[in-house]
Design a binder for this molecule. Structure first.
Ligand SMILES: C[S@@+](CC[C@H](N)C(=O)[O-])C[C@H]1O[C@@H](n2cnc3c(N)ncnc32)[C@H](O)[C@@H]1O
Ligand code: SF4
Length: 448
């Protein structure tokens, strides 16, 4: 690695789970616009659903998600009632009954719901949507708190994919991040999910945590490999204590610096790549997994959950802070759970902000998604599709020069390719095509 690569990847750049990214959504898009867009929804093809559960049993200090801890079930009962009302109100605005190809329960920890609460939500889903026979129905699970009854309930409901929060198997790291989760506990959950027929499993791992060492991360990867999940996400720890106050507690131990982070990531990656196919910037899939197939077929997509096979151009999202995507643009719900509940109880849609996509947004979104998914983009083909001259990309390509001269990317004609050994640069290279970035970079986490 060149010594000055750090400066190139130093910038704080978005993870590009959408373009434009959420910090650029604005209050000019509200409930009236969502209502309009819903009434025009194109529902001949299956759409996707996301259901947010902003509750956990226990707060992990590194957590960057929109969640809160509640010991009592009562606030969750009220939340579920509001969720059902919001689904009913939203679906009443659609021109016809949609079909669902992907359903994702995310959080927070969806397994903070009791089995009965989960079933209530599924009944509502069935009341308003037809689920395709080959639909992917996924749920995020905190493995410390899932019992057999819940697993049976998920299986009965047709859940066929589970994403398990692992993070790190090392006891010292677990102490430092306030998440004690022995290996045997995760192994047991994996066995019970598989026995119930929920066989497609994903593990979330994080590098860049306090107390992590080269030996500890390799050991975490080794233990992960021994359980053989179908997919693995390897996230860089995003330290944003100005947004997530509890992350301050991680500063009791030194946080790995950028060079150490890069070393941890590259060690973990290379061991994972002995067995898994690398997908995009931070995912891995077993050969033949649908994500691997999508990557080979160039149909891999990126959405708010990360990399996906989901091709739908409409995603309806429910719950605080959740983001819906319609062909016309993005709509984000009120982030604060209490305020979100008030909106629902007052009979309103919960939209807080959003963005209507311009032609330029759509074109740049396509470029950025291709760079993040395929690590390459044919700018000439995109220019043709959007009736512009490819020379319009020359200024961005000029700024790409340092990445080219470092061997992080190459340019042939107007085709820009990221060197697969430098996927860590993908966010920074994609950012060259982000028309909104100037001045907003500090809102994001470090690229490495
Ligand atoms: C909603 S949680 C997964 C389900 C469940 N709540 C759990 O933790 O087991 C989503 C994932 O986001 C990742 N995550 C959370 N905070 C993060 C942060 N600050 N930086 C990087 N990844 C983070 C973790 O890997 C976590 O598993
Ligand atoms: S990482 Fe998961 S379990 Fe931990 S607080 Fe965040 S959402 Fe909850």
């Amino acid at each position: 690695m060149h010594d000055d690569w750090l400066t190139l990847l130093d910038a704080r750049v978005p993870r590009y789970t959408s373009y434009p990214t959420a910090p650029h959504f604005h209050g000019g898009i509200g409930a009236a616009r969502l209502s309009d867009w819903l009434s025009q929804a194109e529902l001949d093809r299956p759409i996707s659903l996301y259901i947010h559960v902003p509750f956990c049993h226990h707060l992990c200090w590194y957590c960057g998600c929109n969640t809160s801890v509640t010991k009592s079930d009562e606030p969750i009962t009220r939340y579920v009632a509001a969720l059902l009302a919001d689904m009913e109100r939203t679906c009443a605005l659609l021109p016809k009954r949609p079909r669902i190809g992907h359903l994702h329960f995310g959080g927070g920890s969806p397994n903070r719901l009791t089995s009965a609460q989960f079933e209530q939500i599924m009944q509502k889903v069935h009341a308003h949507f037809d689920i395709e026979s080959d639909a992917e129905l996924a749920i995020e699970i905190d493995p410390r708190f899932v019992d057999d009854e819940q697993i049976r309930t998920y299986a009965r409901a047709g859940i066929n994919r589970a994403s398990i929060g692992v993070q790190d198997f090392d006891a010292k790291v677990q102490m430092a991040i306030h998440r004690i989760q022995p290996f045997a506990q995760v192994r047991d959950v994996v066995d019970r999910l598989r026995a119930a027929g929920i066989a497609a499993l994903n593990f979330d791992l994080i590098y860049g945590l306090p107390q992590q060492s080269e030996a500890s991360i390799l050991n975490t990867v080794k233990k992960t490999l021994s359980l053989g999940p179908n997919r693995i996400s390897l996230f860089g720890y995003a330290h944003v204590p100005w947004m997530k106050k509890q992350q301050k507690a991680l500063e009791r131990f030194p946080l790995p610096d950028q060079r150490q982070r890069a070393r941890l990531a590259s060690l973990a990656r290379s061991r994972l790549e002995d067995v898994y196919e690398p997908i995009g910037i931070d995912h891995f899939a077993l050969k033949g997994d649908s994500l691997d197939q999508a990557m080979r077929a160039m149909t891999l997509r990126r959405n708010f959950q990360g990399y996906t096979t989901d091709q739908a151009d409409t995603l309806l999202a429910f719950g605080p802070s959740s983001i819906s995507k319609l062909p016309q643009g993005f709509v984000q719900a009120q982030s604060d759970t209490a305020l979100w509940m008030q909106e629902v109880q007052s009979g309103r849609l919960t939209t807080m902000r959003g963005l209507a996509l311009s032609d330029d947004d759509k074109m740049r979104g396509q470029i950025i998604e291709q760079l993040m998914c395929a690590l390459s983009v044919d700018l000439e083909a995109i220019a043709r599709q959007h009736n512009i001259h490819p020379a319009q990309f020359l200024p961005a390509l000029e700024v790409a020069e340092p990445f080219l001269s470092h061997g992080m990317a190459s340019l042939s004609g107007f085709t820009l390719r990221i060197n697969p050994d430098w996927r860590v640069a993908a966010r920074s290279i994609a950012a060259l095509f982000d028309a909104y970035l100037e001045g907003g970079a500090q809102r994001h986490s470090a690229a490495v």
